[in-house]
Structures are given as structure tokens and as C-alpha cells.
Design a protein around this ligand. Structure first.
Ligand code: FRU
Length: 679
């Protein structure tokens, strides 16, 4: 049917009703794209996880299908098996024997989550909380499914990680033609590892290799993906892309996705050296504070709270190069401990540090990774916090960069805070050497710099090396409370992935699937002659342009303005979502702090930015897809992408262009309305 409820996306997939999270089982078969997804058939928040299903011939118009895999319970409220995230393949050669070569089985490979200890029908006993890998097959194009009698097909993680059976999930399987085998990549979520297996028949799996922790090793690693792509379209220069979704602790603090470029040598993924950032201090950096072999007091730091008078523990964790770490911990008694550096004058553009936070970050095997988020590294100026990086669940191991160019010449202090208030355990934040430099320290390669693009995964079964991906357009920080009803969560638009050399660096770039152009209505406004936006803080409404669903393409040329760009979903009530370019920091940004409803969660409001240098002709190209409750921004050649939910009033439908504090040139703009993809 056609859906017109407030906030109902018009060209993004949503189920008619109830909760949805990750895309699952993305596979193209017989002219149809299949989109399975994490689905709660019984409610509007996460629970009773099942596989929902939708099909499309063009990835734009979707038809919702019956539930593919339905949560199993022995009594109401007593779940025996949930169907968590995974993938699907078409077993054309019937390697599994689960179909025939004339009617090959579609096979889903997913995580069986068993909340309680259980003896399965085949006699296998599983422990409470097990996340094991299972398969099911369909002989009718994905409509009805049968679980394989030998499930789970991988019950425990590979040794020596078998104790991680409660954090082992999200298998992505693909056919690897050079060796005529199936390859699986799955996550050991808490260890920040992915593990690779191979199989000849989808039933018997052999452990091959592991990868990680590397780069952003924070929160949980989930929903990995692995695929080859040509660099700049050159099929004799292939790189493999390893996608790792992270929650919490990504670039926007909550859910996000990073990628690594490298090679897959039939057995293991090896990241290119220039794609691994953990152990490299930024080039040209000066160590400000070396914790190696020193106590905090010997370094002139002062302590308060439970830490005062205590010698800091000396810990070593992999990736922290064996340096002595500042280790703050409370005693589990609602205490707040701080470590504060001596005052210093800021003379550089960046302060970088490697940080690890959590319950017991350096020894999760012994102490578990459950956690304490109440830890932070702060930058103080005049005793006031001006920059802050907070810890997160479990271990994290990541370079953090603060841009402090705005504070040059000012006297500052660095403070490490452990706030145990309200927790019963210890909390730690470990900080490695603090370094000053003129360059920011890259933490990771981010796929999307916005807050609402998670669990991204790509379709199996496409020809011609095509790599089409889709993400869940939400964030675990607030996913369960976004103000929509009777459904909750949408998918992003499907996106074509490619690798492109930009400023001599190979980058993952993406653009909305071309079929989306078919939804474009009439062009509401077009202008191809240069227009100067000249006055300070000038905002120009685009003539007669209104729309809750729009596809906007623009090209700007920077002038003297510090920022320029456009505003969408502008309302008389003061609502606006700003999509702009910041000239000084070379970033595209989305500001949703006045976008509409924001109060349902304290982490929802905010401004998000992605690095983007002007193209060779000096211009900044932005394509913006606006829907009833989202904005997706594709900057440059698709290397700077930001996906953001917004919840504006339906009457907030204006569009404007703006320049702040000087000039900018609007070189071209085309605004089209977007038709509904509902039938
Ligand atoms: C990611 C995730 C997966 C898991 C699924 C459960 O969003 O946590 O790791 O399989 O959701 O719904």
C-alpha cells in the first residue's frame, strides 16, 4: 500500500510496521534483489529477532514478503532461538546438496542466538547466550525456509577464542571462484577481530585466518563484509575491501562503519600498510607526555579521588607499544578520580593520543569486557572542558585527534577522568603517549561520516564486478526511541561502491544506485549560470522550491565565505537542516540541531562532518537526497558521505542556499522532487 504517516520514508525501504535493524541476506537471483533484515514481528523495539524479507526488481520499489525466519519460542516470552544477522547465497552448483542443480537452493547463513541453555532436536547442546552460525535453505526463491538439520554449522569460535561463544556473529559468505570454495567472514565482536573460514559445501567449515584489532577497535565489531573492487576501474589492479561495522564508538560516537583496503590471498586478509593507523604516531609529531616507565606524579600530573596517593598500575596491551599508560580507576564506590597534567601552552594544530577505555581494557579475557562508559579524556582551558573524548563499552584502541588550532597560544591542561558514579565495578581509561603535531591523526577509513549508517553490507550474485551495498539508517544510541510509528527504522538508499584514487590515495567512493533517478519527478529548479552569494550570513530561499522529498545536485566554488551550502526542510517554525561546506577545515557538514524533533535522546542533536578537498577545478559538488525523515549527502566523487535522520514537521519543506561571512559562488543547482516508491 501507500504510506503517508508523518516521517514515513517515501523512497527508503521500511517494513509496513514494527522494528527493523540490519540488512541481511542480500542476494540477487532470477532478476530479483532480495533484502532480508533483522525484524521484530511482535513490536516496535528490538526483540524476537527474525528475518523479514522484501524483494525488488530495481532496488527502489520494494514488495514486503512473508517473514522468512521466525523467532522460536517454547512458550510466550521464552525464546529458544533468534535469527541474527547474516548473509545469503545461491548455491548454483548445489554444493550443499540441499536442492538440485535445476532448482538450486538459496542458502542463508546467519547467527543463531540461543538465550538459554538448550538441547537441540539433533542432540546438540548449546550453552546459554550462545551465538553460533547456522544455515537454512529455500527452494522457492527465498519465500519459505527450512533450517538445516545439522545446525549450528559452527558452534564455537576457533581456538583459542572459544570462550567468545557469546560474541561470535554476523557471518558473511561469498563464492570465491579462484579456489572454488565458499568463504565466510564473521565477527568476534568483543575482541575486535574478524575470522575467516572456508567450505566446499556450506556445511563443513574450516578456520583459515583472523584479522584485527586494527584502527578503530572500539565497542563491538559487527557485521563484517569482504569483497574485491578494481582501483579506478582497472580490473588488473584489484584491492579487497574489508568492511567492519562498529558500535558504539564510531566517528559519531555511536554506530558506524570503517573499511580496510588490502589483499585476500585465498586464506587471509592482509591490510595495506598505509591502511593501518594504530601504531604510527602522526608524521612530524612531538611527544608531549611519555608515560613510559614513569608515574604520573613524577611527570607533574596531579590526582584526585580514589587515585590520589596511588601508584598508577603499569599495563601493557597490544597496540599500545608496551608504553606505560595512565591508568585511572575508582574503587567501585561511586568515586570520581582525575589525573590532570601540568599547564602547557598550545602551539600546535592537533593533540593526538591513543586511548583505551572500559571495565578492564587490557585483559578482557580474565575480567570481561562489560564496562564503564563514564571515563573521559578532556582538554581544559581556564579549567573549562573545551574538548572531550569519552570511553566506551569494552576495549577500544584508537588514535584520537583534537583540532586545537583555535586555542593557539592559550594555556591548557589535559585531564583524564574516571567517573565511577553509579557503577559497581572499576572503570579504566588508559592513555598512551600524548603527542602534539600539525597533522591530524587518522583513526580509520570511514564509509559514512553521518550518524545513521550502520550494519552496511553488499549484495551477492551481481554480475560484472558490481558492488551494491545498503545500510541500516539508524544508530543504536537512539534507535529504539526515534519518533516513528507504526514502524521503526528505514534502510539507506542502495549505493554503488567503487575505489577511486583521490589526491594519490585510494578511497572507497559511493553514489546512490542509478535506478533512483527513475523516481525523480519534474525538475523544480535549475540554474547553471554562476550566482554569487555575496553578503555576510546571507540566506537565499530557492525560488518556489518546496519539498519533503528531493534530489538536489549542486556545485559551489569557495570564495571568502567561511561556510556555504544549503538548508533543507526549512520551516517557518525555525526548523532547518544545514548541509554545508566549511572552508577552513575542508569538511562537508550536516547540522541537525534545529532539524525538528531532537529531544527523544540527548545524543541525537548535533553536527557531523566529513573531510573533503575541493576537486581539481576548485569546486565542491554536493548531492543531497532529502526524504520525509532523512538526509543523505554525497560530497565530491562520493568520498565524503553523511547519512542523517531528521524528524521535521511536514510543513518544513523549504530550500535555501547560504554563505556565511563572505562570498561563495553557486555554480549550478538542480532540484528535483522525488516521487514515492510505494506502489
Ligand atoms: C548489529 C547487531 C548484530 C546482530 C544483530 C542482532 O546491529 O547487533 O551484530 O547480529 O544486530 O539484531
Amino acid at each position: 500500500g501507500t504510506y503517508t504517516e508523518t516521517f514515513r520514508p517515501q523512497f527508503h525501504y521500511t517494513p509496513a510496521k514494527n522494528w527493523m535493524n540490519d540488512p541481511n541476506g542480500l542476494v540477487y537471483y532470477g532478476g530479483k534483489y532480495h533484502l532480508f533484515y533483522q525484524y521484530n514481528p511482535n513490536g516496535m523495539t528490538w526483540g524476537d529477532m527474525s528475518w523479514g524479507h522484501a524483494v525488488s526488481t530495481d532496488t527502489v520499489h520494494w514488495t514486503e514478503m512473508p517473514i522468512a525466519l521466525n523467532v522460536e519460542k517454547y512458550a510466550p516470552g521464552q525464546v529458544t532461538q533468534m535469527f541474527w544477522s547474516g548473509s545469503a547465497v545461491v548455491d548454483s552448483n548445489n554444493t550443499s546438496g540441499l536442492g538440485t542443480t535445476t532448482n538450486p537452493p538459496m542458502v542463508a547463513i546467519y547467527t543463531s542466538y540461543y538465550p538459554q541453555a538448550l538441547t537441540l532436536a539433533n542432540g546438540t547442546s548449546v550453552q546459554a547466550g550462545t551465538q553460533a552460525q547456522s544455515i537454512a535453505y529455500s527452494l522457492d526463491q527465498g519465500t519459505t525456509w527450512t533450517q538445516y538439520s545439522g545446525d549450528p554449522i559452527i558452534q564455537l569460535p576457533p581456538s583459542p577464542y572459544q570462550d567468545q561463544f557469546q560474541n561470535f556473529r554476523d557471518p558473511k559468505v561469498f563464492w570465491y571462484a579462484p579456489e572454488k570454495k565458499w568463504v565466510m567472514v564473521a565477527a568476534l565482536a568483543a575482541l575486535h577481530k574478524v575470522v575467516l573460514y572456508s567450505s566446499k559445501d556450506l556445511k563443513q567449515w574450516t578456520f583459515m585466518s583472523e584479522f584485527g584489532p586494527a584502527n578503530e577497535s572500539i565497542g563491538a565489531w559487527e557485521c563484517p563484509d569482504l569483497f574485491p573492487l578494481p582501483v579506478d576501474g582497472n580490473t588488473s589492479n584489484i584491492k579487497w575491501v574489508l568492511v567492519v561495522n562498529i558500535n558504539p564508538g564510531s566517528i559519531t560516537a555511536g554506530s558506524g562503519a570503517q573499511y580496510f583496503l588490502g589483499q585476500f590471498d585465498d586464506t587471509q586478509f592482509v591490510a595495506d600498510a598505509n591502511n593501518v593507523y594504530d601504531s604510527l604516531p602522526p608524521a612530524g609529531s612531538t611527544v608531549f607526555q611519555n608515560f613510559e616507565g614513569s608515574s604520573y606524579s613524577a611527570l607533574g600530573w596531579t590526582a584526585t579521588g580514589a587515585l590520589a596517593g596511588q601508584a598508577p598500575a603499569r599495563e601493557t596491551i597490544p597496540g599500545m607499544e608496551g608504553n606505560q599508560l595512565a591508568d585511572t580507576y575508582g574503587t567501585g564506590d561511586s568515586s570520581v578520580s582525575t589525573l590532570t597534567s601540568p599547564p602547557f601552552t598550545i602551539t600546535t594544530s592537533y593533540i593526538n593520543f591513543l586511548v583505551s577505555g572500559g571495565y578492564h581494557p587490557y585483559d578482557p579475557a580474565t575480567y570481561g569486557t562489560s564496562m564503564d562508559t563514564e571515563t573521559a579524556v578532556n582538554l581544559l582551558i581556564n579549567g573549562k572542558v573545551v574538548q572531550s573524548t569519552t570511553g566506551s563499552n569494552g576495549i577500544e584502541l584508537v588514535w584520537r585527534s583534537w583540532d586545537v588550532s583555535g586555542y593557539n597560544g592559550q594555556v591548557a591542561q589535559i585531564q583524564i577522568v574516571d567517573n565511577n558514579t553509579g557503577t559497581t565495578g572499576w572503570g579504566h581509561i588508559l592513555v598512551d603517549d600524548i603527542v602534539f603535531s600539525d597533522v591530524s591523526k587518522q583513526e580509520a577509513n570511514w564509509i559514512d561520516y553521518g550518524p545513521d549508517f550502520y550494519a552496511v553490507n553488499s549484495w551477492n550474485g551481481l554480475s560484472g564486478g558490481r558492488r551494491l551495498s545498503i545500510g541500516w539508517m539508524n544508530n543504536w544510541n537512539y534507535a529504539n526511541t526515534i519518533p516513528t510509528t507504526p514502524w521503526r527504522s528505514a534502510m539507506s538508499v542502495p549505493r554503488e561502491f567503487a575505489l577511486k584514487t583521490i589526491n594519490s590515495q585510494v578511497r572507497l567512493v559511493q553514489r546512490p544506485v542509478a535506478d533512483l533517478l527513475g523516481l525523480r519527478g519534474s525538475s523544480i529548479y535549475t540554474q547553471t549560470t554562476n550566482t554569487s552569494l555575496f553578503s555576510s550570513n546571507m540566506v537565499v530561499p530557492v525560488d518556489n522550491t518546496k519539498g519533503e522529498a528531493l534530489d538536489i545536485s549542486t556545485k559551489f566554488k569557495p570564495g571568502t565565505a567561511s561556510q556555504f551550502g544549503m538548508k533543507v526542510r526549512v520551516g517557518a517554525n525555525g526548523e532547518e537542516t544545514v548541509v554545508g561546506y566549511d572552508v577552513k577545515t575542508h569538511t562537508v557538514f550536516v547540522d541537525r540541531s534545529k532539524s525538528g524533533q531532537i529531544n527523544f535522546d540527548p545524543t541525537f542533536t548535533g553536527r557531523y562532518s566529513a573531510p573533503l578537498l575541493p576537486s581539481v577545478d576548485g569546486s565542491i559538488a554536493l548531492r543531497v537526497l532529502v526524504d520525509w525523515s532523512s538526509v543523505e549527502v554525497f560530497g565530491g566523487s562520493g568520498e565524503a558521505v553523511l547519512t542523517s535522520q531528521i524528524f521535521p514537521a511536514p510543513t518544513s519543506d523549504g530550500v535555501a542556499v547560504f554563505a556565511n561571512g563572505g562570498t561563495a559562488v553557486l555554480q549550478s543547482i538542480n532540484i528535483s522532487s522525488m516521487n514515492s516508491s510505494w506502489p
